[in-house]
Design a protein around this ligand. Structure first.
Ligand SMILES: Cc1cc2nc3c(=O)[nH]c(=O)nc-3n(C[C@H](O)[C@H](O)[C@H](O)COP(=O)(O)OP(=O)(O)OC[C@H]3O[C@@H](n4cnc5c(N)ncnc54)[C@H](O)[C@@H]3O)c2cc1C
Length: 442
């Protein structure tokens, strides 16, 4: 305990470091009687959908159970990529060659879309196209990455290149890995500022954003829908559910149980270190790229937009834990990669939920007339923004091409109700063990 508390800086907080500059502001909590489109969930997906719908002239209300932007969208690592996790030759097994290409392209299109949205809406969110370095945990991972880099470059045209171990220090101040892949079409932003800016853009376009309304059920009524909430009922002609990793609350209620049964919420944790001299940061992060490694239980880390802190993220636990208990675990992971960071203290540690799917793909679609957009596998800054936009075009009947992530078979497993607590520790433990075995074998 004494050792752990020595790691925590005075004034240590369990709220996101991002909230120091951009905590989600409080908004009106009055439930409207009616909206053309009701969007449930005020993260990037819901806000991006609202922005597009409002621009197309629709009357939109976004309802969030907490605050607009309160979920993963103001807690994440701020790493922006164009579907790097989706694009892989392994897609061909289930979707065939053409299907795999269409899916990889649809995912890659999220990257130009978010860049365009930030520029068009003038969102001040510290966006930089800094590139991503994906270091390999083992030599076999390096070979698999090289195959993936080829697939990404060939199918999506996004530039990628491999950096062998002997040149690794050009991208990362550590010898912990076995070389890696550089993806130049990747960026970084301040997620809190981006969530705030996207919300303001949606409001400017005419969307109504409402805090503190938890939707507990959606039923058909006439040609539209009636939403029951903890603040009364509301009617809407169309509904989009964008609740992602928060689709089922602690009491087991959900706006759309069908969706909750298809999403696996997983807690991801991040720590922020105290301030570090610029020379150290230059040595640890030459090129100041975003980093996410190839472990099954991955580490992702980056310099803060202010350039003087390390933000280190990972899955500190697969069981119930709190950010203060997760902090020493992440600190240990960080010190393994950067031994010189061992003496750094932690000023903030926080958590948020990501949503995995059973087929590892993001999805939009319609079920029982209700639209949904979800399942970004922990990589949704660009993707959730894109999925929300694409779902909005579909609702508005304004699509002019077929979107390959729309209407795919969306699997679940028997008896799964949206609560993974009974199997996550087992699968997470198995993944960690496989990471150790792989490394030992290397
Ligand atoms: C710690 C962490 C690090 C991450 N790092 C990265 C990264 O570096 N790069 C990257 O690309 N992605 C990252 N992600 C993933 C990314 O943040 C998410 O994919 C993205 O923010 C999802 O946006 P969303 O709008 O779908 O969901 P969210 O932002 O989670 O929003 C869902 C909202 O729905 C609301 N809600 C839930 N149920 C109801 C209900 N019944 N009624 C009303 N409202 C409801 C919630 O209050 C919440 O605000 C990270 C996520 C986490 C948690």
């Amino acid at each position: 305990m004494a050792l752990h508390s020595a790691l925590l800086a005075p004034g240590f907080k369990t709220t996101p470091w991002w909230w120091e500059a951009a905590e989600p502001p409080k908004r009106d909590t009055t439930l409207p009687d009616h909206a053309g489109v009701a969007v449930v969930g005020g993260g990037y997906a819901g806000l991006s959908a609202a922005l597009t719908l409002a621009r197309l002239g629709h009357e939109v209300a976004v309802l969030d159970a907490e605050r607009i932007g309160w979920g993963a969208s103001s807690r994440n690592g701020g790493m922006v990529s164009g579907g790097l996790k989706v694009a892989s030759g392994a897609l061909e097994k289930h979707h065939g060659k053409e299907g795999a290409r269409a899916i990889a392209l649809a995912a890659a299109a999220s990257f130009p879309f978010i860049e365009e949205t930030i520029a068009r809406e003038g969102i001040a969110c510290d966006y930089v196209r800094c590139g991503r370095f994906v270091p390999a945990w083992t030599p076999r991972h390096y070979d698999a990455l090289a195959a993936r880099a080829e697939f990404i470059a060939e199918v999506t045209g996004l530039p990628t290149r491999m950096l062998p171990r002997e040149r690794q220090r050009e991208a990362l101040g550590s010898d912990h890995y076995h070389g890696g892949m550089i993806a130049e079409a990747s960026g970084s932003l301040h997620p809190g500022k981006y969530a705030r800016g996207l919300a303001e853009a949606a409001e400017r376009a005419g969307a109504r954003l409402v805090d503190g309304v938890r939707v507990g059920g959606i039923r058909h009524e006439g040609s539209g829908f009636r939403l029951s909430t903890d603040r009364g009922e509301m009617r809407a002609e169309a509904v989009l559910v964008a609740t992602n990793g928060y689709s089922r609350d602690g009491r087991g209620t959900s706006a759309m149980p069908w969706l909750a049964r298809r999403l696996i919420p997983v807690g991801s944790y991040i720590i922020a270190t105290e301030e570090i001299p610029a020379e150290t940061m230059d040595r640890l992060f030459p090129g100041r790229r975003m980093i996410s490694d190839t472990k099954r239980v991955l580490n992702y880390f980056r310099p803060s937009p202010t350039g003087n802190r390390i933000l280190w993220g990972g899955r500190a636990s697969f069981g119930p834990t709190d950010p203060a208990s997760a902090a020493p675990v992440l600190h240990r992971f960080m010190s393994e990669v950067f031994p010189e960071a061992k003496s750094l203290r932690i000023t903030h540690a926080w958590t948020g939920n990501v949503a995995f799917t059973f087929d590892f793909l993001p999805h939009i679609g319609v079920q029982d007339g209700i639209h949904y957009a979800a399942g970004c596998q922990g990589s949704g800054v660009a993707m959730a923004t894109w999925l929300g936009h694409r779902a909005a075009l579909k609702i508005a009947g304004a699509e002019n091409d077929r979107f390959a992530l729309d209407g795919l078979n969306f699997p679940t497993v028997p008896l799964y109700n949206g609560n993974p607590d009974w199997f996550l520790p087992i699968i997470g433990g198995w993944y960690r063990l496989r990471d150790r075995i792989d490394r030992a074998a290397a």
